[in-house]
Design a protein around this ligand. Structure first.
Ligand SMILES: [Zn+2]
Length: 249
């Protein structure tokens, strides 16, 4: 493993990040997007992330590093996300303002929230390329890209409703995805240079992903009264990711 993995990891996490902006494209054409459909799609995102956490991160983490490394890595990943969520001021549509009080504008707080959320996804793509298995890395990148699309839309729509222009809403949404290549590069570079960190990094990304799914995506998808639809979206997303992993990785 090598510069090739690093190159692939960075490029793939960049593409996955850009998918966030692609998902937000409908705001250019429609103002009223169905909440029900958006919640089903967010549920799908959560399902993809859960299955990626198990099949693409934890199973390899356990097989390389053993069960206790996986356990500690998950705890660390979840704790770091918890601390970031506590300390960094940010805003969630579902939960309101969190973290340290600050005078930043609503849009920046919102962007920070999505950054906290998207960083683990980039990390997940990066470390899965760090395993040296390019096919496995590509599967995670495609899955993360796919599930970024509804997330991008979920960022852009509320901005549009708060009175921001179509282009600004699309622009911010795209920007939030671009934190993923940073996480991706960091993840793949770290495990390429310090190979012994690989199982830790895989499990850490898994813990961070679990945190985001439970703390943000599922509550967001259950906020407007379409809980059951979102649950079926989750089940479908889980199956799609499980299939991708077992057919291509
Ligand atoms: Zn938060």
């Amino acid at each position: 493993m090598s510069s090739e993995a690093i190159w692939f990891g960075s490029a793939a996490s960049m593409l996955a990040g850009v998918a966030t902006g692609a998902g937000a494209l409908p705001v250019l054409f429609v103002r009223n997007f169905s909440d029900r459909l958006l919640d089903v799609m967010l549920g799908f995102s959560a399902g993809v992330m859960l299955a990626a956490t198990f099949f693409s991160l934890l199973i390899p983490a356990i097989s390389v590093g053993g069960i206790w490394v996986a356990v500690l890595g998950i705890v660390l990943g979840a704790m770091v996300l918890h601390l970031a969520d506590r300390l960094v001021p940010h805003f969630h549509p579902a939960l309101g303002e969190e973290g340290h009080p600050s005078k930043l504008s609503r849009v920046w707080l919102f962007t920070l929230a999505v950054t906290i959320h998207n960083f683990p996804e980039g990390l997940a793509v990066g470390v899965s390329f760090g395993t040296g298995d390019i096919a496995a890395g590509l599967v995670v990148a495609v899955a993360i890209g796919l599930q970024n699309m509804p997330e991008g839309l979920a960022v852009a729509l509320p901005m549009l409703r708060e009175g921001y222009s179509k282009r600004k809403s699309l622009g911010y949404s795209t920007l939030t995805g671009l934190v993923e290549p940073i996480g991706g590069l960091l993840g793949v570079a770290l495990v390429s240079v310090f190979h012994q960190f690989l199982p830790w990094a895989l499990a850490f990304a898994a813990g961070a992903m679990l945190f985001v799914v439970s703390d943000e995506i599922i509550p967001e998808s259950h906020r407007k009264g379409f809980e059951r639809q979102a649950t079926f979206g989750l089940v479908v997303g889980f199956i799609v990711m499980m299939l991708l992993d077992s057919l291509f990785a």
